[in-house]
Every structure is written in C-alpha cells, then in structure tokens.
Design a protein around this ligand. Structure first.
Ligand code: FPP
Length: 245
C-alpha cells in the first residue's frame, strides 16, 4: 500500500469478477459455493477501495448472457444478490458509500428490484465511494438504448443531428455522470471484455490476473493499481509528447 502513488490513483476502477464457478468446482463443490465466496471478495475489495481513496468502483455481477445459465444457478444468484444487498446496506451506508445499479433491471425478480431500489434510495445522499453494480447488464443493449433515446430527441426536435457529440452520448448511457474507468481488471485468466462498458472502456488500461475472484483480496487490488501506475497512458500521442508535458 505504501508503494502506491496517491496522486496517480485511478478515479474509477471496473472489475469483471470471473472464476467463481471454476474455483468451486476445483474444490469439488457446487458453483454456487463459489458465488457465496465471491461475496467475501466483494466486501474486501469495497473496503480496500474506500481505504485507498478510489471514487468509483464498478463490479460486473451478472450479464444478460448469464440468464442462459442453468435455472438453479440463476435462482441461487438472484437470492444471493437480494440477501447480500439487504444485509450489507447498513454497513455501506455507515461508510458513506453510494450504491447504484446498471442494467436491464426490469428483468430481475420483483424482490430483487425492490431490494435494489431500497438500497439506491437509502444511500443516494452519500458522498464517499460510488459503488456501481452491473446486474443483468449488456453494453450492446446500453448503446442501442442510448441511440434510440437520441433518435427520439431528434425526432421530437429537442436535439439536432449536429448537436450529437461524445458528451451528449455519454449523458445518455446508464453511467451518466460517472467518469470513464481508467483501469479495468478481469480475474481468472480470461482476456475478454464480455459485453462490459464497451464505450466507457475506450481508453482504460486493461489488467488481467489468473487469480480466481473468490481469492482476490486487497493485495491483488493494490498490485493492479501499481501496474496501472507504471504504464504510460498516451491517448494516441507519442511518448515524447507525454514526457514533455
Ligand atoms: C463469474 O464467475 C461470476 C458471476 C457470474 C457472479 C458474480 C457474483 C458475485 C461475486 C456476487 C456479488 C454480489 C453482489 C451483491 C455484488 P463464473 O461463474 O463465470 O466463473 P467461471 O468462469 O469459473 O464459471
């Protein structure tokens, strides 16, 4: 932790929490056992992000593609989300954490929708870490919704085609008001984006680790941030231009 350069922290870290199923199966357990242990990692990483001073943390908890998993796993995950959120909200609130959810939330069971709405309302005024949970999320869906929204505004003459720019587009995404992630971490050895924040990750530094999500701890988060801090972010410019600035 003392090796971190606090003046060069990413404001926003996004994480694809992968490997729960394999972690459990390697132990001869049911996949849901891995998801239960994944919640412990969520808690540890949220604590660490708060302690380090990260402003935004986005966790990919469930994709629209995950609806196609066996029914028992999907039902088990839904109960886990509802129970975890209900159980953790008082502590999150005490720590000044603001919870937000992005995704096709109307596909979730009603109990889950209610738990999310309650958690969002309860923590809405908090000013510490913003914890964004992507649930039933698909980036292609989000982009298509944004396009439809902008087309509707043009049709209703609230916007002209020449008004459309990156700022307008970003305001139409579910992450409205949240800066783009500078660092994206994926656990468990897969090197894919998997329909996660495709527009927002345009210039993110990507960090992949073989560690399975249930084994991911504060030290792993710090390692990822240190790796990020040692990269040269050029945004299309040359190295010489960056150094002369
Ligand atoms: C991916 O691992 C993980 C998921 C689909 C679920 C992640 C959910 C949690 C960690 C619970 C979080 C809870 C809250 C409230 C945020 P996988 O099952 O795809 O693993 P595999 O690739 O090894 O099969």
């Amino acid at each position: 932790m003392e090796n971190l350069d606090l003046s060069k922290l990413p404001k926003h870290i996004a994480i694809i929490m992968d490997g729960n199923g394999r972690w459990a199966q390697e132990k001869g357990e049911d996949r849901l056992y891995g998801h239960y242990h994944g919640v412990i990692s969520v808690r540890k990483v949220v604590e660490a992000a708060t302690e380090i001073g990260i402003d935004y943390l986005t966790l990919y908890a469930f994709s629209t593609e995950n609806w196609d998993r066996p029914e028992a796993e999907v039902m088990g995950l839904m109960s886990l989300f509802v129970d975890t959120i209900a159980k953790e909200v008082p502590d999150l609130h005490k720590n000044n954490i603001k919870l937000c959810f992005i995704g096709m939330l109307d596909r979730l069971p009603e109990a889950a929708q209610k738990a999310l709405a309650d958690a969002t309302a309860h923590t809405a005024q908090n000013t510490g870490l913003t914890l964004v949970i992507a649930l039933s999320y698909s980036s292609r869906w989000e982009i298509i919704e944004a396009v439809k929204n902008i087309a509707k505004q043009v049709e209703e003459r609230q916007l002209t085609i020449t008004d459309i720019n990156e700022a307008i587009f970003a305001q139409t995404l579910t992450t409205k008001g949240i800066p783009d992630p500078e660092l994206m971490i994926r656990t468990s050895g897969e090197h894919r984006i998997s329909n996660f924040l495709l527009y927002q990750l345009a210039y993110a530094e990507l960090y992949f680790t073989d560690t399975r999500w249930p084994d991911f701890r504060k030290e792993d988060l710090i390692k990822a941030i240190l790796d990020y801090q040692n990269r040269e972010r050029r945004f299309g410019k040359t190295s010489a231009q960056i150094k002369s600035n």
